[in-house]
Design a binder for this molecule. Structure first.
Ligand SMILES: [Zn+2]
Length: 293
């Protein structure tokens, strides 16, 4: 939260103003964080809009793509992939965010890493932050940077757009594993894409749910933490049905914690949920194998 506040133009006085505005505007009986959260996100988004106001922009029905001259030949492909993500994501999450989502294209890794002091995974193709989808230029990672189909299926748009829609719905009320699981579920469902590596087989020692719910980003095997997150969401959607996933999303949107929402929707305690996910994942999810990869 502190980092988020530091990013707001005007600092603390602006936040106080936003809080007052929030008090006047909302009478919803939600947790205080849940009504403050969208205001903070909107303030961060405003700041990013201001900082990127000299960039070129392309508007599509649901997105505004911001880019530099170097990516003028990439923007149509990014726009196509963003629009391709729109329907599957809003359909599965059963939620349509207000306004157009901003997609920011960084021309290279250096520019992306420098932005907002972001120190995430150097190999990432994008991230979602401050209400804005931030992606690396396809030129920086694709062999054939004009392969539209390849960019739709292996690029970051479906994943990052899922983070954005969940963030709008649940106003910060979700765990890291849950948003990563959901984002990967959309990539899997819409594009058949899965992140499978030698390090994230689900047949060996796994993280506990408690570990995934703790310091998710601090877990040493990130590939495994992500894979298990997908396993948990796929287990819910494929074994219990997408209606149950929607029920969980609605509960989370109404202010219930993710673990409580899961327990209630599936009618099982969390230890059973963890056991069932791991059993199902071993038998039903692809595992890395030398021959297949
Ligand atoms: Zn993600």
């Amino acid at each position: 939260m502190r980092d988020l506040l530091e990013m707001i133009p005007g600092g603390v006085p602006a936040v106080v103003g936003l809080v007052v505005a929030g008090l006047l505007l909302t009478t919803l009986p939600l947790h205080p964080q849940m009504w403050l959260y969208p205001l903070v996100r909107q303030a961060v988004e405003l700041k990013i809009r201001y900082q990127t106001s000299d960039m070129l922009a392309k508007e599509t029905p649901h997105f505004i793509i911001k880019y530099t001259e170097q990516d003028a030949d990439m923007v149509d492909m990014v726009a196509t992939a963003a629009e391709a993500a729109y329907k599957p994501v809003t359909t599965v999450l059963d939620y349509t965010p207000r306004g157009k989502a901003i997609v920011l294209i960084y021309p290279d890794r250096q520019a992306m890493k420098k932005a907002y002091g972001w120190a995430g995974d150097a190999s990432a193709m994008g991230f979602y932050w401050g209400g804005v989808i931030q992606i690396l230029s396809p030129k920086a990672w694709m062999k054939n940077s004009q392969a539209v189909e390849e960019f739709i299926t292996t690029g970051p748009l479906a994943h990052e757009y899922t983070h954005l829609v969940l963030d709008h719905m649940a106003r910060g009320n979700y765990t890291r594993w849950f948003t990563e699981g959901l984002a990967q579920y959309m990539e899997y469902k819409a594009n058949g894409y899965e992140w499978i590596t030698v390090d994230n087989r689900l047949t060996g020692k796994l993280y506990t749910m408690a570990e995934l719910e703790g310091d998710f980003d601090g877990l040493p095997n990130q590939a495994l933490a992500y894979r298990q997150s997908l396993a948990a969401v796929r287990y819910i959607a494929e074994v219990h049905g997408e209606a149950k996933l929607n029920e969980i999303l609605r509960s989370v949107t109404a202010g219930q914690k993710v673990n409580k929402a899961i327990k209630r929707a599936l009618g099982m305690d969390y230890t059973t949920f963890e056991t069932m996910v791991n059993l199902w994942a071993k038998g039903h999810m692809k595992q890395y194998s030398k021959t297949a990869n």
